[in-house]
Design a binder for this molecule. Structure first.
Ligand code: MIC
Ligand code: SF4
Length: 642
């Protein structure tokens, strides 16, 4: 049967399960990546598994998120990560070398291979023709240990591209258009596979912008074919040897098809505060903006930054506006320094930040109260920037540059001709900031700062769950709401007792204390609960506080898995009316829960406070039922070892 590229690669890596949409499959993982904010936990978990060395073809540990060292915590974590990498066979990308996804694309990605990363934007690698999937740290730790990675075999959507992009319209606008049509819920259980004659008109960095922000659809991943453009890019990275041509069979059948004629697109913007609130830039043109930020793993390539520099050259950022640029990698940084683009940015009054995530994850540059901020990033969930009432707009670098000049949202087509920028024939190759693993692992000392707390484990699932509903939330609650990031909270990622004090901090700061008082508790949400990041802390910290079940209309993929991995039961409301009827602070009871989740998918829940029963549903596979009963994956792994 003629196959999609997605299914070809999955088939090559299939270890268990039937490769048909809706079945759980296990796949072999070639590469893993971690970043520091999720990596410390992932490596504590890997250590707990007792393996001497990783079993992947390649594993890389990046430091790019927790870069602001306002206390000892982050520096201690970086040192811990470096020791772990040396000892267990992992490459270590030092702080300053860049954002994991950008560096991985440049230096490590291989067409046709599988990559799992403890970061939701791991699908960036799909720009090179990889099956690259984001996951919680524990799943990445398992993959490092040579275990299969489990997903539901996806439905595949062909995004059929024709034509070529008009001037000032970019890869960012392609993914914003997909988000406009599909919304942040539209990708659940799906892979977006790009194809058609328009593909060859997109460079690898543009493709990577598209697959990167496919994460905002809630998709399992996104992928492009590996073609002559891929080869060109890899050649310019002096890695042509890893290239191989990859495409879907010509008559492949897809579950869905979406048509995009690139030549009809225009500059788009996602308005506050959701990546799918997309409108043409011209509709919001004239809106005053106080801050412009260029960078993040979505838009920080050499082309992106050079375009911004070309627009700003010889001019000054509009008075009263703050503009920052954070290069995606040291390669990009060094190249714009050599080309002179960096000088143009500095002379224009841009505030240059180091190569890393920076403002994208609230590591500094929180915008002023009540003011709009325009960013080339991928997420604008409420409060993510660090300012509670933030109004963040997401756009392409071209729109950002035009807006920086005028101080109001500006359609860059008003600036006239698009500056001509050639993609480099050769990138600057210098891997000296990537430290290979030690060949004498027994001599490596792992230094643990006082911020690195021992791993908490959940109890096995009890016979009965009876607890209070701590919060009732609406649709599309992101993990940034469940457990915020930012400069204050991120440094506590290796310390679950400490970070658990910030669970739902910006919704209701009394949650941690109420949870502790209640002993056992639950949370209720609407559709697409837990969208956004891969951070397993959004499950680990609630678990630590005694949360035993989360009820929602639907769950985002990674958070659903993370809840199960840490012994929290995700349950769906079968009828929306049951969601409506529930009140916060109601006490719910699930009797014989161990038996119930084994016997079937329907669970009877008693609302003790209001005196009625309703049916909820679990979507756990038989493998996941066993994990849930054990009180999480780590418990299960440990008991299988003893
Ligand atoms: C994000 O963009 O939200 C993050 C920070 O990169 C997260 C990972 C994390 O929370 O550490 C992600 O995307 O998975
Ligand atoms: Fe870093 Fe932002 Fe990308 Fe997350 S989305 S990896 S915080 S740059």
């Amino acid at each position: 049967m003629a196959k999609s590229l997605t299914y070809k690669i999955l088939e090559e890596h299939l270890v268990s399960g039937k490769l048909e949409p809706g079945n759980e499959i296990g796949i072999r993982i070639d590469q893993t990546l971690t970043q520091d904010a999720t990596g410390t936990m992932a490596y504590l978990q890997f250590e707990a598994m007792g393996m001497p060395r990783v079993r992947t073809k390649l594993s890389v540990s990046y430091v790019d998120h927790n870069m602001l060292q306002s206390g000892f915590e982050n520096a201690d974590d970086h040192r811990f990560l470096q020791g772990i990498a040396a000892k267990y066979g992992i490459y270590f990308s030092r702080p300053g070398n860049g954002i994991c996804h950008q560096v991985h694309l440049e230096r490590f990605g291989v067409p046709g291979q599988t990559l799992v990363g403890s970061d939701s934007h791991t699908p960036t690698g799909g720009g090179l023709g990889m099956i690259a999937i984001g996951a919680g740290g524990l799943d990445v730790a398992m993959a490092m240990g040579g275990q299969p990675f489990y997903i539901m075999a996806p439905r595949v959507v062909l995004v059929h591209l024709t034509g070529s992009l008009p001037p000032w319209v970019s890869g960012k606008d392609v993914i914003l258009e997909v988000l406009r049509r599909q919304t942040v819920k539209g990708g659940l259980g799906r892979v977006f596979e790009y194809g058609g004659p328009g593909v060859e008109n997109l460079s690898v960095p543009e493709r990577a912008t598209i697959t990167n922000m496919g994460a905002e659809l809630g998709a399992t991943t996104s992928i492009f074919p590996s073609d002559e453009r891929t080869r060109e890019y890899l050649r310019a990275q002096k890695r042509e040897d890893v290239w191989r041509p990859l495409a879907a069979d010509p008559d492949a059948e897809y579950d869905e098809v979406m048509e995009i004629d690139l030549s009809t697109l225009e500059p788009l913007v996602a308005c506050p505060s959701s990546p799918d609130a997309v409108v043409p830039v011209r509709e919001v043109a004239g809106t005053e903006v106080r801050q412009i930020c260029v960078g993040s793993c979505t838009n920080s390539s050499y082309y992106d930054l050079t375009l911004v520099a070309s627009v700003l050259k010889g001019k000054t950022v509009c008075p009263g506006r703050s503009m920052t640029v954070s290069p995606g990698s040291r390669q990009v940084f060094a190249m714009i320094a050599r080309s002179g683009a960096l000088a143009d940015l500095i002379e224009a009054g841009v505030r240059i930040l180091e190569a890393g995530c920076g403002p994208c994850i609230g590591m500094g540059q929180a915008p002023p109260t009540g003011a709009a901020s325009l960013r080339t990033f991928n997420r604008n969930f409420p409060g993510r920037s660090g300012t509670p009432d933030d109004q963040v707009y997401l756009t392409s670098p071209g729109v950002a540059a035009a807006t920086a000049l005028r101080g109001v949202i500006t359609d860059p087509r008003e600036l006239g001709d698009l500056p001509r920028i050639e993609l480099p024939q050769e990138f600057l190759i210098d891997d000296s900031m990537i430290i290979p693993p030690s060949d004498k692992p027994e001599e490596v000392e792992i230094v643990r700062g006082p911020n690195i707390a021992p791993l908490p484990l959940a109890e096995p699932m009890p016979e009965e769950i009876r607890g209070e509903v701590l919060l009732k939330l609406g649709d599309n609650i992101s993990t940034d709401t469940i457990l915020p990031a930012g400069a204050k909270i991120l440094p506590l990622r290796s310390n679950i007792p400490a970070i658990s004090q910030y669970v739902f901090n910006y919704v209701d700061a009394t949650v941690p204390q109420r949870a502790k008082q209640a002993g056992v508790s639950m949370i209720a949400g609407g559709a697409n609960y837990g969208q956004g990041s891969s951070r397993e802390h959004a499950a680990l910290a609630p678990m630590y506080l005694g949360v035993k079940a989360v009820f929602a209309k639907t769950f985002a993929r990674m958070h659903h898995t993370n809840l199960i991995n840490f012994g929290i039961l995700p349950l769906r409301f079968v009828h929306d009316a049951d969601y409506e009827r529930l009140n916060p602070a109601d006490v719910l009871e699930i009797a014989n829960v161990r038996q119930a989740i084994r016997d079937g998918t329907q669970i009877t829940v008693r609302n003790i406070t209001q005196g009625y029963e309703f049916t909820a549903r679990h979507d756990l596979t038989p493998r996941q039922v066993e994990i849930a009963l054990a009180g999480g994956l780590l418990n299960q792994v440990r008991s299988s070892q003893s």
